[in-house]
Ligand binder design. Sequence first.
Ligand SMILES: [Zn+2]
Length: 641
Amino acid sequence: MITPQTIQQITSRIDIIDVVGEFVKLKKRGTNYLGLCPFHNEKTPSFTVSPAKEIYKCFGCGKSGNTITFLMESEKYSYVEALRWLANRYNVEIEETEVSDAQRQQQLATDSLYIVNNFAQQFFTRQLFETEEGQAFALTYLQEERGFNTAIIEKFQLGYNPSAKDSFAKAALQNQFNAELLLKTGLVTNRNEALQDNYRNRIIFPIHNNTGKIIGFGARVIGKTPERAPKYINTPENELYVKSRILYGAYFARQTIDKLDECLLVEGYTDVISLHQAGIENVVASGGTSLTTEQLRLVKKYTNNLTIIYDGDAAGVKAALRGLDMALEESLNVKLVLIPDKEDPDSYVKKIGAAAFREFIAGNKKDFVLFQLEVLLREAGNDVNKKNEAVNQVAETLSRINKAEDFTKQQEYIRQCAQLLRIDESGLITLVNKYKRERIAKEEKKLPFEAVEPSAIPAVLVQDNIDLIINGDDLQERDVLRVLMEYGLQPWDEQRTMAQYIFDELEGYAFENPSLEKLYNIYEIQYQQGLEPTAKTLLYHEDAEIRDLVVGITLFPFELSLRWNEKSDKKNIGVVDSHEDVFKSIHYFKLRKLKHMFEQNQRDMEESKSLEEQMQLIKVHKELKMMQEALTKQFGTVIFK
Ligand SMILES: [Zn+2]
């Protein structure tokens, strides 16, 4: 376990804008920052980051949290991994307390994968540049046949896995990497009870994540593909390598994509490297498979304009088109460019040069929907059935355009497609709507969140408050926690802090919501231990439930206080006196509890069977009445209803 002191050191240095900004393009809006939410697809930014509160909140999908939860959600880190990432970023040395073996294994799983990947990359690069075999076979191939210069080979950290059966396995074992870990990387395999290299005689392409760390490898045969051997082998799925979320080259391309507001997508690793070498740096590769929604969202972090460069034959292009409907749902503008016959981006840029290549792309981009229709129609020829299929497919595709802001785009598509198909526009509209209804019906069953329009920010806020109100005493209980975390360490009077005052006042009262009670207790314990808890320190508590609560509570104070001020004194809106704030919060809490006691007393009286019992209950009722009077008198307002 990482020591509390270390955690404290790390969390005190966190700059949420700096960290979140690494993954999301943020723009300043007033005191907050705004960007496109990385957790749901949206076109209008509703992802808000507050540097003052050190939290983020998306008003589209409702996700919220702090820097640590952000890393956990977006990078799939564990709590500890997120802390380590931050420690590394802010140069904090990690002190650890003793942990069990199981915990340590868990904790180190991804760390060790990074370490072994890093070791492997260095090993393969050395083999490429420093051994006779590497130079003779691999380096010559890369330089002479692929035309890569040394600088670009080094930039992409390419390497070579020698032909001997276990040169990497041996080196790794000598360096104390354990067999299980090595097997997980896919770099070695178990054969005849010994580890052997899996990528023998292949060029190694390290695959980097967004922050430049190596998460896996692609291994390519040198020269012509031998029979019964795949051209490329990739790392099997593990904690780091998740195929559907990888865009090769994204780490090297992201700044240029951002700058040019366009992402070029090619198929192969070598295409990416060639184009980079030619100075075309806004390019990534999908790795051959059809595009996934996750990959499209990665693109969308940087730009809305995706240009796909194909070099395949008609059949290949048709297959690739199938996955692109999703891009419409993500509101991406997808264009296609076909590289002329028998060339690929790699060979083509070498043939005509970077400037002409850029011109060719710009001049030959075709809209993907129309392109798809053209391919389908060409294939259908005079076959009526096939033409019918084409009509249906294009209607299905167009039905994916479902955002209000894309409506004009859809209308324009329908017009153009109807023309190409030589059918009636209104007929196509009907068909598109049919597909849309079918999909909505299907999706409504599974996705509660996606129905929320990002533009409906106020509605979401209102909903949050309604949720608070209908959830019993949550409103009052949360507000006590809010004032506790906000003012707890300030003085109430000469003897007591606000926190001590609150503890004294609420002695004997119980929370209804167990999670809120847990947070109250954690605060009290930390306070008694002299740890000086605040919303900021509790924000990084190891218990995820507590973190979420703190975020929720610190995010919605304004709505609550406004509501209350409206009831008591309209002139006071916006003016916050900490004593008054604490006082009101405590009293609303008590009144609420008292109200419950009245209700309970009432129910008990209705059910009571003996006179003695009734007398007792009347006595309780009187006491409650007195308490209520005292409270309301103190408070100056009657809010009992
Ligand atoms: Zn969101």
